[in-house]
Ligand binder design. Structure first.
Ligand code: ZN
Length: 498
């Protein structure tokens, strides 16, 4: 069983994620549900995102509509170019994504910029045929991946957003004016995006409906090196993989900017912030890299791109696309909407440039499961940092009997409002502990006979398995403090060897 299969089996068996509408056989692929534990894990991840990125950097969060009018996507270029190359089997009618098919069959990656006829030639030259019936494949055409919707009885044309950032661009000026009124300004949003993928696969890694967390930093390009926040991270160990290198090397932001590898201090600072974020989630620095993309691989609007990738059993997994989008977005929205979105910075009227950090949330959760669902000779543990655990505290009576049960229930009822809590009285205490280890629960509170005498309970730590006795009346504060300390430990790890 591969690591991927192991993680998926775990996720399905615990109801963390599972296919949408699964009782209906005809339901389309690419849609997944988060079950109770999945929702909590995702909530914890979002808390971490808000804490370590949004609040730490004083970003401004918005929540835009998922349905947006057609002209937004005329401006963004999605109507014209958000389309994947497809080919259809002339025998059985199967449809394939042409570039992926070539990659699968030949291990050659197909640059995004190739034209349809060039991709057709590649298929033909390499003798690639239908994987179902070995039939001949058609010429390559384009399939637009946006979901079109019609709004109201008049059927106005609109689209489910294929990325969350468009509302940030469209809303930029109002937010600028109603908040700081100065640059740089980091706006962000977390929410659903929709892409009508031709072949969704690998469960939550390539879905048609998925969560994105996007940050768009608006800045004055002339002042991208006058950026005070840079100082605090100038010696951080960034894991950079420059063009034409086959592995990442540690480079400090100071060195990277001085040598021109990263174009300015503002971008270097945000690359640190995003790498550091994953380190704080418990991912080893050695498993993270920021890979520089060349002009073939970059999106057409990007001037400088780095993909934050993490090593997994499936290869390096792209989690965050970091793009210097220049003034493309605001300029295009100005042209198409006819509205002036420029601002005055330092006495000069400018159209701000944008540096973007576009994160895939579902993939990040997969990554946590793959890296942290671990088995040793004794037990299986989901070794999430404590503050990311879906269940924060479990409460057990040592045995399910009379006064013990009553007291345990009372303690559980007292904790459940403040923490994601779990109560269990079945099976042996050892089995209950193991079950919680596997779900990553950091603290198990057990009510035993001594509890009835002196009002104390035991708190078992997931990682050390050691137990301390705590007065039941102090549980809430103690658990709160232990969770706080977990944030602190994650901080040390992130900053440790910088
Ligand atoms: Zn076929």
């Amino acid at each position: 069983m591969t690591s991927y299969e192991r993680v998926l089996r775990f996720a399905l068996s615990k109801g963390i994620v599972f296919p949408s509408c699964e009782i209906y056989g005809e339901a389309p692929a690419g849609f997944w549900e988060y079950g109770p534990l999945g929702v909590r894990l995702r909530n914890r991840f979002i808390e971490a995102w808000r804490r370590e990125l949004v609040r730490r950097d004083e970003m401004i969060e918005i929540d835009g509509s998922q349905i947006m009018t057609k002209r937004v996507f005329l401006a963004s270029g999605h109507l014209e170019s958000f389309a994947d190359p497809i080919t259809k089997c002339r025998g059985c009618g199967s449809i394939f994504r042409a570039d992926k098919l070539i990659e699968e069959k030949t291990n050659i990656s197909v640059p995004e910029r190739l034209s349809d006829s060039e991709i057709s030639m590649m298929l033909e030259d390499r003798g690639i045929r239908c994987t179902n019936c070995n039939g001949e494949l058609s010429e390559v055409t384009r399939f637009n991946m946006m979901f079109k919707v019609s709004v109201g009885p008049s059927g106005d044309e609109a689209y489910l957003r294929p990325e969350t950032c468009q509302s940030i661009f469209v809303d930029f000026l109002r937010i600028y004016k109603t908040t700081t009124n100065k640059l740089p300004l980091a706006l962000c949003q977390i929410g659903k995006s929709f892409r009508n993928e031709i072949s969704p696969r690998q469960s939550i890694l390539r879905q048609r409906e998925f969560y994105q967390a996007e940050i768009e930093v608006f800045f004055n390009p002339k002042k991208a090196d006058e950026f005070d926040k840079f100082e605090q991270y100038k010696d951080y160990a960034l894991m950079l993989q420059p063009l034409n290198e086959d592995k990442a090397v540690k480079v400090t932001p100071s060195e990277a900017v001085a040598s021109g590898l990263i174009s300015n201090r503002l971008i270097a600072y945000y690359l640190v912030l995003i790498q550091r974020f994953y380190e704080r989630l418990g991912i080893n620095r050695e498993s993270v890299r920021l890979r520089q993309l060349d002009s073939e691989e970059r999106a057409f609007y990007a001037r400088e791109s780095w993909d934050l990738e993490v090593k997994t059993s499936l290869g390096w997994l792209e989690l965050v696309a970091c793009n210097n989008r220049g003034d493309y977005d605001l300029t295009r929205h100005m042209e198409v909407s006819g509205q002036d979105l420029s601002v005055v910075d330092d006495g000069e009227r400018i159209v701000p440039h944008v540096f973007e950090l576009s994160m895939g949330v579902d993939r990040s959760l997969y990554l946590l499961l793959e890296h942290l669902y671990l088995t040793d000779s004794k037990r299986t543990i989901l070794r999430l940092p404590y503050h990311l655990a879906p269940i924060q505290v479990a409460v057990f009576p040592l045995v399910d009997k009379g006064e013990l049960t009553k007291l345990a229930e009372r303690i559980y009822n007292d904790l459940k409002v403040d923490f994601d809590s779990f109560y269990d009285s079945r099976e042996s205490i050892g089995r209950r502990y193991r079950k919680m280890d596997e779900l990553g629960t950091p603290f198990c509170v057990t009510v035993d006979h001594q509890s009835l005498e002196d009002g104390t309970v035991t708190v078992r730590d997931r990682d050390t398995m050691s137990q301390i006795r705590v007065p039941a009346s102090e549980l809430k504060q103690r658990i709160q403090r232990l969770l706080e300390e977990s944030w602190g430990r994650a901080c040390d790890r992130g900053l440790g060897e910088s």
